[in-house]
Write a protein that binds this ligand. Structure first.
Ligand SMILES: Cc1cc2nc3c(=O)[nH]c(=O)nc-3n(C[C@H](O)[C@H](O)[C@H](O)COP(=O)(O)OP(=O)(O)OC[C@H]3O[C@@H](n4cnc5c(N)ncnc54)[C@H](O)[C@@H]3O)c2cc1C
Length: 319
């Protein structure tokens, strides 16, 4: 099975979930005697990091232009469709980041193929693609078969596997991208240093923080951990944080390795966006708060005492 993977990048910096998606694709290709082609759409003259050459692709195709930042995702989708055509791809894969989901839906729409979104597991059994993805706010996993010759898949961040293969076996092919339309305005959404859906660690705050200024406590903790800062809808509705920070049913779905919920009650709509995180730590003064129902570790206490202590202890250990 030949597989094309979009390797999301910006100014030569490859997004970590894209490396995981490559690893998933390589394992599927190996089990079906196929090949993986990674597509990088980045600026002319941008060096491709060595990391990409060993991450699982048999071929890397670069499509360069200097204004990718202002291009619509449909320009990227068109480049990917072109590569799918030339490589006779049966599968196209992206990481399920915000951009990845949009690009994949454009590719699937353009090629007229089904989409399996947000997969946490993919396999091919006797030629049939099977995938698994969380449903009902992560309370259950659905396993389905794809009844189509071709399929588009997005892989949930932190669920793939980063591989290291022989770099010499990876071939590179460069070319200029075709001209597409441009955005006339571009608004930077997130306030955080790390994009929420790609973060390995998220420190998220809720109404328990009492005032917007108190998010500084979480920002300091996040800095020590190299984490992104998220928020519940209650604080977004109050105008304390931008909507791009919101985790949950009407915000972002995240699945970091570590999610620290601070002063968040754990309403079902919040759990919908974070309950598939690998490890969940909840800090709440109410022992009966629903967040403890999904937490791996819980601290019952006043966040204004617990968070500064946690921050200084972690700083002493990590820095
Ligand atoms: C259609 C719909 C969609 C929604 N979508 C979302 C969504 O995407 N994301 C989302 O988050 N919500 C969403 N909501 C809202 C959701 O139902 C909750 O209202 C919201 O998540 C509550 O936010 P919170 O936990 O910050 O606030 P609260 O429920 O008020 O919880 C605050 C918590 O802080 C604790 N606390 C207070 N003081 C301290 C202290 N000093 N130390 C420690 N703990 C303390 C309290 O014990 C409490 O548990 C949605 C609701 C609807 C109806």
């Amino acid at each position: 099975m030949n597989i094309v993977v979009w390797i999301e990048s910006k100014a030569g910096e490859i997004k970590s979930p894209a490396i995981e998606a490559l690893g998933v694709a390589r394992k599927l290709a190996d089990s079906t005697s196929g090949e993986v082609t990674g597509v990088v759409c980045d600026g002319a003259g941008t060096a491709i990091p060595d990391q990409i050459m060993t991450a699982g692709a048999h071929h890397i195709v670069t499509r360069t232009r200097d204004d990718w930042d202002t291009c619509g995702n449909d320009t990227i989708a068109r480049e990917i469709m072109g590569v799918c055509e030339s490589r006779n791809a049966q599968m196209v894969v992206c990481a399920a980041t915000s951009a990845g989901k949009e690009v994949l839906s454009l590719v699937a729409g353009g090629m007229g193929i089904p989409v399996a979104a947000d997969c946490v597991d993919v396999s091919v059994n006797e030629g049939t693609v099977e995938f698994e993805r969380p449903i009902y706010a992560g309370k259950a996993h659905l396993r389905q078969k794809v009844h189509s010759d071709r399929v588009a898949l997005s892989i949930r961040p932190n669920y793939g596997e980063k591989l290291t293969v022989d770099a010499a076996a990876c071939q590179e092919e460069a070319g200029a991208a075709e001209t597409g339309w441009k955005r006339t305005a571009f608004e930077q959404g997130s306030t955080g240093q790390v994009e929420l859906t790609e973060a390995e660690i998220i420190v998220s705050g809720g109404r328990g923080l009492k005032e917007p200024e108190n998010f500084k406590l979480l920002e300091e903790l996040a800095e020590v951990l190299g984490a992104a800062v998220g928020a519940s809808r209650a604080v977004v509705d109050l105008g304390w944080r931008p909507h791009s920070d919101q985790v949950g049913q009407t915000g972002k779905t995240v699945s970091p390795k570590l999610y620290i919920a601070v002063g968040i009650s754990g309403a079902i709509q919040h759990l919908a966006g974070m309950s598939s995180s690998r490890t969940i730590v909840a800090i709440n003064k109410d022992a009966a708060a629903p967040i403890f129902g999904v937490a791996t570790y819980g601290i019952v206490g006043d966040l204004f005492e617990v968070v500064p202590k946690l921050q200084s202890d972690l700083k002493a250990v990590l820095q």
